[in-house]
Design a protein around this ligand. Structure first.
Ligand SMILES: [Zn+2]
Length: 482
């Protein structure tokens, strides 16, 4: 049984056409106005992949976190000035009409703990394995901030800017609240068709592929298409210069405006896509864009497009952020997980993927042992300080974002300890088997959502050993400290 299972997964490569069947379709027409607002119409064809008939559909309204009265934190105090570099500024999303294709209005409600959820009430429940189609008209105000949703001195970042269907699991809709740390997003793969009108002076980079581009007066119109992606993001700038290269039928774009080593950066992107494809499984999309941008943190991943902050001082860190964000194309992009509940699953694995990259590429002068030493000492310093202040600390990694009390706690447990967890599994089973497990994890859960149990299950099945206690000791904070 096990043998047949392994043969079958190695026998097939990821097909986008196959993956794009029975998914929700988002069709958007967007106008980006000169005053940094969006007028948008979204026609959604929602596919019910649950086992229940659904009489309403829930959407996350992430931009609501940026409004004036928001109770959700979008930035921690320590990063506030860097984010709000031009003073306090608010953004918003305003849904003003929901209607079916015959023009009949559907009832809707702005709900959730902090107006972060849109509920659309259907005329007739949508049955399992069926579609329901309706339209949402909405406007968005983009705040003047250095954030994934915001505009700064050089770029307009449109991340998480539209109503996106909540995940329906275990009989309920998963409502996400924004968090100042982590990536507080959770969605399923879907197909996108986006037509965006914007000032002609801007150069656009996005998820998917630009299929048509035309000009009308001082405006440009781009048609963007993406199959089986987890989200859709757009970045625009007047300053972009673009370098491109191709590897194994994947076109790699590097959009930048302040990088003296742009050619080297593009080479790093290429090596990353090649190395991760070889180690984990082929990158299934036609294009990937690495985009320099105004961003308060180091970088941010979206399907087919990653943001790299223009405010990183040293080039080695800049390179590392590129490697990290591109590894997310595999862990978050293709294989999804609930990033608010189990952030370690994609972040820990992504950080360790960078270490595996460096092992393949000694010319970057980053040794695995040094990374492990650095992670250990960073964690020990964090632990000593916290124990000093609090007397005791909770060292469990597997917590939801709102159960971490500070950003350093989140960082040290999810990234650093998440990395150390992966490194200790690698030590335990050896890197050959470790990579084999990651290959199986990737092919088994491509375009799906994986849970920690799924991840551990793949390792147990692949190496045929019970690893539950080993993982639990790490995840629940009971591992013996060194
Ligand atoms: Zn990350």
């Amino acid at each position: 049984m096990l043998g047949i299972f392994l043969i079958s997964i190695y026998g097939c490569s990821l097909s986008l056409d196959r993956a794009s069947k029975n998914l929700t379709d988002y069709k958007m027409e967007i106008i980006l106005n000169e005053d940094y607002s969006l007028d948008a119409n979204m026609q959604i064809c929602y596919y019910n992949n649950s086992e229940s008939a659904l009489s309403s559909i829930y959407f996350n309204l992430y931009p609501s976190a940026f409004r004036n009265e928001s109770q959700q934190e979008v930035i921690s105090l320590s990063s506030f000035d860097k984010c709000y570099y031009n003073g306090t500024c608010y953004g918003s999303i305003d849904v003003f009409e929901v209607y079916d294709d015959s023009g009949l209005n559907l009832n809707f409600e702005i709900s959730g703990d902090d107006e972060n959820i849109l509920i659309v009430y259907l005329q007739k429940a949508v049955e399992p394995e069926s579609y329901i189609q309706f339209n949402i008209d909405f406007t968005v105000i983009i705040p003047n901030i250095n954030h994934r949703f915001g505009y700064g001195e050089s770029t307009i970042n449109l991340g998480n800017f539209f109503p996106i269907a909540c995940v329906y699991e275990n009989g309920k809709w998963v409502e996400i609240e924004y968090s100042s740390y982590g990536d507080p997003f959770y969605s399923e793969v879907a197909n996108y068709y986006v037509e965006i009108t914007y000032p002609k002076s801007l150069i656009l980079a996005s998820t998917g592929k630009e299929t048509v581009s035309s000009e009308a007066g001082n405006k440009k119109i781009s048609v963007l298409k993406a199959k089986a992606v987890r989200d859709f993001a757009i970045v625009l700038s007047e300053k972009f210069k673009v370098l491109t290269t191709v590897t194994d039928k994947v076109k790699i774009y590097y959009y930048y405006y302040d990088d003296e080593l742009a050619g080297e950066s593009l080479t790093t992107c290429k090596k990353a896509i090649e190395a991760y494809s070889e180690m984990f499984g082929k990158y299934p999309y036609e294009e990937v864009k690495v985009v320099q941008s105004n961003f308060v943190h180091g970088g941010m991943e979206y399907p087919n497009i990653v943001l790299i902050s223009d405010d990183i001082d040293d080039y080695q860190t800049y390179t590392h952020v590129i490697l990290h964000e591109l590894a997310h194309q595999w862990w978050y992009g293709v294989v999804g997980n609930n990033q608010t509940e189990h952030a370690w699953l994609d972040e820990g694995l992504t950080e360790f993927s960078c270490a595996l990259f460096y092992e393949k590429h000694p010319e970057f002068n980053v040794a695995m042992d040094d990374l492990i030493d650095k992670a250990n000492s960073s964690y020990q310093v964090f632990k000593a300080i916290y124990e000093d202040v609090l007397g005791d600390i909770n060292t469990s990694i597997n917590r939801s974002l709102n159960n971490f009390s500070t950003e350093p706690e989140y960082y040290n447990l999810v990234y650093v300890r998440g990395f150390l967890l992966m490194s200790s599994v690698n030590d335990l089973i050896g890197s050959k088997k470790f990579i084999k497990c990651l290959k199986n994890y990737y092919s088994n859960y491509a375009f799906k959502i994986a849970t920690p149990e799924n991840f551990i299950g793949v390792f147990e099945k692949t190496i045929m050993k019970d690893l539950e206690e080993f993982f639990n000791s790490w995840l629940n904070g009971k591992v013996i400290e060194f």
